[in-house]
Design a protein around this ligand. Structure first.
Ligand code: PMP
Length: 275
């Protein structure tokens, strides 16, 4: 398995990073994940633009478009050029003696790898989810590598043999530990607005566009936790999750067996056609 590290493509065992890398010490870095389907990256421009805008938010100077050729080279070296695969990109602030403030004249560490991944045509996930208090920080719009909050909240779902943990903060649902969250009520789709309490998922943006083009009413308004028993459907979105129907929220069963809601199904079918 090949890894791209600071301009070179090496075997993963030979990819070495300093223990003083601020990504390791502080989680001071960002990442991005995108999927190649049928020889092209799905919404590549949007993924790379989010990474670039994240870097600007945390003051790391790096031009993401310089990665385009490097990505092609990495895929070639990994024999994945024409294969369905996931690409992981991580950029940290770089290596410097430990100090909190941003060091001057520091060079970002750039790492990428790709793994084969064929996403299912038909999404058969019928997710059981648990609800938890969103105790993460208040800049969830930054796709940072410090995912301890997300990791701890996701681990709880695993303990309960659930697919995801959906999160609420100040009485409203925000998102899930590694996906965005949508509800359907009386034919209207609801999702939390893209502010600092959620990551603005690329799949989320695609689903909002699909709602517009299908004539489904979509409101970027958060659902209050006390409204949970009044919803008709719920689903999760993410790059590898795609659009996953939610079957059960805590003890509240929305659908039995393989059933899912009509709006979720319509969006899943329209999503398939984009690939
Ligand atoms: N929210 C969180 C917290 C995430 O980690 C992710 C990505 N895994 C998403 C939402 C979905 O984003 P995207 O659709 O861009 O994969």
């Amino acid at each position: 398995d090949k890894v791209y590290l600071n301009g070179s493509i090496v075997n993963s065992g030979d990819a070495k990073i300093s223990v003083f890398d601020r990504g390791f010490i502080f989680g001071d870095g960002l990442y991005e994940v995108m999927v190649q389907i049928n020889g092209r990256f799905f919404y590549e421009k949007e993924h790379l633009a989010r990474l670039q805008s994240g870097l600007q938010k945390i003051n790391i100077e790096f031009c993401v478009s310089s990665l385009k050729n490097e990505i092609i080279g990495l895929l070639k070296a990994a024999a994945l050029s024409d294969k369905d695969c996931l690409l992981y990109i991580q950029i940290t602030r770089g290596v410097a003696p430990r100090q909190h403030s941003f060091p001057a004249h520091i060079k970002p560490t750039v790492m990428m790898y790709a793994v084969p991944k064929v996403l299912p045509e038909i999404n058969t996930i019928n997710a059981h989810v648990i609800t938890r208090n969103d105790f993460r920080w208040s800049r969830c719009d930054i796709k940072m590598t410090s995912l301890l909050g997300n990791v701890m909240l996701n681990e709880e779902a695993m303990q309960y043999e659930c697919f995801e943990t959906i999160l609420h903060r100040n009485g409203v649902f925000t998102e899930a530990s590694h996906s965005n969250l949508f509800f359907v009520k009386n034919g209207v789709v609801y999702t939390h607005p893209a502010d600092e309490y959620i990551l603005n998922g690329i799949t989320r943006i695609v689903v909002i566009e699909l709602c517009h083009s299908l004539g489904i009413e979509i409101k970027e308004i958060p659902l209050a936790t006390e409204e949970i028993n009044t919803i008709d459907e719920a689903f999760l979105t993410g790059t590898s999750t795609q659009i996953a129907a939610i079957q059960k929220i805590d003890n509240h069963l929305l659908f039995k067996g393989n059933e899912k809601g009509p709006v979720t199904q319509r969006l899943q079918e329209a999503f398939l056609k984009l690939k």
